[in-house]
Ligand binder design. Sequence first.
Ligand SMILES: Nc1ncnc2c1ncn2[C@@H]1O[C@H](COP(=O)(O)OP(=O)(O)O)[C@@H](O)[C@H]1O
Ligand SMILES: [Mg+2]
Length: 339
Amino acid sequence: MRLIETERLTKVYQREGRWFPSANDAVPAVDRVSLHVEKGETLGLVGESGSGKSTFARLLLGLETATEGRLLFGGEDVTRWGFKRLRTIRSRMQMVFQNSYSSFDPLFTVERIVGEPLSNYGGMAARKRRRVILESLDMVGLGAAYAERYPHELSGGQLQRVNIARALVFQPELLICDEPFSSLDFKLRRQILTLLEELKIRLGLSYLYITHDLSSVSRFCDRVAVMYKGQIVETLPAARIAEEALHPYTRALLDAVPVQDPRLRRSKTGRPVGEPALPHGESVIQGCRFCSRCPAAMPVCTTVEPALERKRPFHHAACHLYANEAEGKASQTFQIVKE
Ligand SMILES: Nc1ncnc2c1ncn2[C@@H]1O[C@H](COP(=O)(O)OP(=O)(O)O)[C@@H](O)[C@H]1O
Ligand SMILES: [Mg+2]
């Protein structure tokens, strides 16, 4: 069952500070994205900074209104629901924000921080409220004693656990984790991922796990979607990403993974492919957006935008290098030649 689904979801921002806005000032931060998260699934969303991942998350949560496309939650079209009406489903999906000490009010106890989302909804008796908070803390491995503590008394890993506890108070079905551990070291990151895996089994959660760090994806996610300049360029089972990724952009991301996780690296160059990405809206968009950076670009790539097509079972990519599955059986599939 699909918990959440988008159909060609689009968010266009108008660039600010222009006196006479023109069509060129329209920045498609999320561009015709069709994605879904199955119940019980962990979907990884990866891509460089600026590719539109956070905007996509905000669209799902109803914190931004879509310019075009549809958003379905539990099969119901909620695209045009207002902010208030979305409240009813927002408790069923929660966001785990990036961990940083500064995001907590230093004067609030852990109890107050974790209970804060409940206050916005009101109507819960003090005793029940405290019980819910302590249960949430317990689920993330923090005993009742932590309820009285202040942020400065906690370590980075503990603060991240508080963050997760805060997202759990509503017993959500979907947790959206947006770059949740960028500030944690490798070991702590593993601990938190293990915690999230336990919670998934215990509470039947689904995750949208957003990151620019590919090393955690193959271990933690079931499926991965790769985003480039607002578009999904590839989706495939996460465990197969290192061996089977087709899109040259995904390959470039894999090559840039730090040596820390050698399983994910095939080439040792570790440098990104081609020129740095142009900022959004800098180039006139025709053909493939990755074209100017692609080591395997062909003439067709400059004129025809590749559609996200099924290339193999459970594997979609938007790239002219590969014939789609049906055609692929007849013709030979191109291979990227690596130096
Ligand atoms: N509120 C906004 N107004 C205008 N442009 C925005 C806004 N938020 C994001 N953008 C632009 O949208 C693009 C995608 O940003 P974002 O979703 O934050 O990417 P990511 O999370 O992948 O780093 C960027 O080019 C960013 O500058
Ligand atoms: Mg972001």
